[in-house]
Design a protein around this ligand. Structure first.
Ligand code: ARE
Ligand code: CA
Length: 576
């Protein structure tokens, strides 16, 4: 049995509440029930036999609408997790979300992530100077663009990259095929990563300030490109005036926005003193950061941003997927949409993506657990901490499929899918500089369902010079982008361009469903399907023979069929 809405759906499925939806299952069975739930009791409705399957029509009253099919002759329930002889838990059902759902522009959109201090120095006049201020009691350090990052100097190291530099690079990014940018934080901060902001209503003057931001937004929108900002709402910087006020006056309203313990210590992100945690049990905190008219969550969308990536989304509020956290995420999503109809709001959910997303909270999340980690571990045999791990190909598929199947339908094609970021080692470094493996990693990034997020420099073979230690000092994946083209890997760059072009021009790759094809050790094959179009994707660690129907090889343009040898990435479109 096979169930996948995207394969047959020409228009994205985004019903409005109150609208009638047709739920159809393709099956030889002629009798069955729709089992569903809309915020109340479990209900059952007989399925009607139609050509090729069974269907039921129901009015959608609540979101998510959770449903599964019961096939009478077979006596099985068909859910997003497969078939089961007994009634599965609700969280195994298919989840259909009503509007507003993921904005159309974001579905399968190609993102580029930039760490502003390290991408391009467009204006040397705004550079921080060595010793200009202290961070953690130590003077900051201004580095030359070509000087390597020193692990122990951590966030003290500033390179002078800025928003002007990004605006100057838009021709480059557009030629690459990029459609949207995700920037790590840009508000004033003493550190070079800026996750500890001291002001949420200004752009760091060392990044070019307000004018540079407005120019960037305008230039992006003129090109039809989008901008997503990093929303750090779980904690703020300890140098922020609100926290300073809280420290100096324990009876102030500001003091109530944080959690102080009897010994004078306070709750902070992983205990990091520079990142005091906001206490959202206090209505003032909610009002000031996410709900009030001046709340930064709203303010920057009015200033022209197209969305938020919510930092440590699972910890905002009380932490975990408890009610308060989920309610806050829903409120942040709702408020963002109030400010900008097409705002995209996705989370950084390091661990629990599916549980949080099934609770109808956000438009998606960074796809670490369900994509980046398993794929890179399969390709390089190490986890992000450098520990040896062995991921068999069947285990890889199982992880990918489990996460995919568990996601709400409209979210699957818009997960922020990645192989690298500012928090994990450079993929090329993990692959020991092996260009062929890197091409395969990129191949999976663009061939798998989701909105691929390319981390700056991965397309030109940017590597890191030193070992990586997540917990000690500056992550080494934050090196500067070399603008001297002689230092680029031209093969990786043209490969990335070709993959991006395919992602954007082949609908099955951009918004198609996913189905297994062939899984053996060292060979992963899956299908992407959309409105009658079918693309077969192979990832082969070593050469494998596969048997193809008449297809077009999307990488060479040639027509072929029968036994074919694949190594690395294979992409074939079925000839209808
Ligand atoms: C810096 C140093 C560290 C040092 C720390 C404390 O880099 O070596 O231990 O200071 O002194 C930001 C900066 C970091 C900075 C940190 C604290 O970018 O450089 O660390 O602030 O000052 C987990 C979390 C996830 C988090 C990652 C980093 O669940 O939320 O770890 N990511 C976000 C941002 C970060 C940012 C913060 C949170 C804080 O993206 O950049 O840090 O605002 C696996 C691991 C997870 C890990 C996940 C993703 O799944 O198991 O633990 O997520 O990968 O990397
Ligand atoms: Ca600069």
């Amino acid at each position: 049995h096979y169930h996948d809405w995207e394969a047959f759906c020409v228009e994205p499925l985004t019903p409005e509440l109150g609208q009638e939806v047709v739920l159809r299952v393709r099956t030889p069975a002629r009798k069955g029930l729709l089992v569903f739930e809309q915020g109340g009791e479990l209900e059952r409705k007989p399925l009607q036999a139609v050509s090729g399957g069974l269907e039921a029509r129901i009015a959608m009253h609540a979101s998510p609408l959770r449903y599964c099919f019961y096939l009478e002759a077979e006596r099985v329930y068909l859910t997003s997790a497969g078939v089961s002889p007994t009634l599965p838990r609700y969280d195994r059902f298919f989840h259909l979300l009503a509007q507003p759902s993921v904005p159309e522009w974001a579905v399968g959109a190609v993102f580029y992530q930039i760490f502003p201090d390290r991408f391009r120095n467009g204006n040397p006049h705004n550079d921080p100077q060595s010793g200009q201020w202290l961070y953690g009691g130590k003077p900051i350090i201004k580095k030359g663009w070509d000087e390597p990052v020193a692990p122990r100097e951590g966030a003290l190291q500033h390179y002078g990259g800025d928003l002007e530099g990004i605006t100057q690079s838009l021709d480059y990014l557009q030629a690459l095929g990029i459609e949207a940018l995700y920037l790590t934080p840009i508000f004033p901060s003493p550190s070079s990563h800026r996750y500890d902001a001291s002001d949420y209503h200004r752009v760091d003057p060392h990044l070019g300030g307000e004018a540079a931001f407005d120019r960037l937004v305008q230039a992006l929108h003129q090109r039809g490109m989008r901008l997503v900002l990093d929303g750090v709402f779980n904690h703020i910087g300890n140098t922020h005036p609100d926290f300073q006020k809280a420290l100096s006056d324990p009876t102030s309203p500001e003091a109530g926005m944080f959690t102080f313990h009897a010994d004078g210590s306070y709750a902070a992100f992983y205990g990091v003193k520079t990142l005091p945690k906001l206490d959202y049990a206090n209505p003032l905190t909610v009002e000031r950061w996410v709900d009030g008219p001046k709340a930064p969550l709203r303010y920057w969308l009015r200033r022209g941003a197209d969305g938020w990536r919510l930092d440590v989304a699972h910890q905002i509020g009380e932490g975990g997927t408890n009610r308060k956290n989920l309610e806050l995420l829903r409120q942040m999503h709702r408020n963002s949409r109030e400010e900008a109809l097409e705002a995209l709001v996705f989370g950084e959910l390091s661990f629990d993506t599916t549980e949080t997303l099934r609770a109808h909270t956000l438009d998606g999340s960074m796809h670490y657990a369900g994509f980046a980690h398993p794929v890179m571990e399969w390709l390089c045999g190490q986890n992000v901490l450098g520990w040896k791990v062995q991921v068999s190909t069947p285990a890889l598929w199982e992880t990918l499929w489990d996460h995919y199947a568990a996601l709400p339908l409209q979210i699957r094609q818009a997960m922020y899918t990645l192989i690298g970021s500012h928090d994990i080692p450079r993929p090329l470094w993990r692959l020991r500089g092996d260009t062929e493996r890197m091409k395969l990693a990129l191949g999976l990034l663009f061939a798998f369902p989701g909105s691929p997020g390319l981390y700056y420099g991965d397309e030109i073979g940017l590597n890191q010079a030193n070992p990586y230690d997540l917990f000690n000092g500056d992550p080494m994946c934050r090196g500067t982008f070399p603008w001297d083209e002689a230092r680029w890997n031209p093969e990786l760059l043209s490969w990335t361009k070709q993959l991006i072009h395919l992602k954007k021009s082949v609908p099955a790759l951009r918004r198609g469903g996913l189905q297994p094809l062939e899984v053996r050790e060292g060979l992963l094959g899956f299908k992407r399907l959309y409105a009658g179009e079918e693309v077969w994707v192979y990832a082969a660690l070593e050469p494998h023979l596969v048997r193809l129907p008449p297809v077009q090889d999307l990488l060479t343009g040639e027509e072929t069929s029968g036994w074919v040898r694949v190594q690395g990435l294979g992409l074939y479109r079925l000839r209808s």
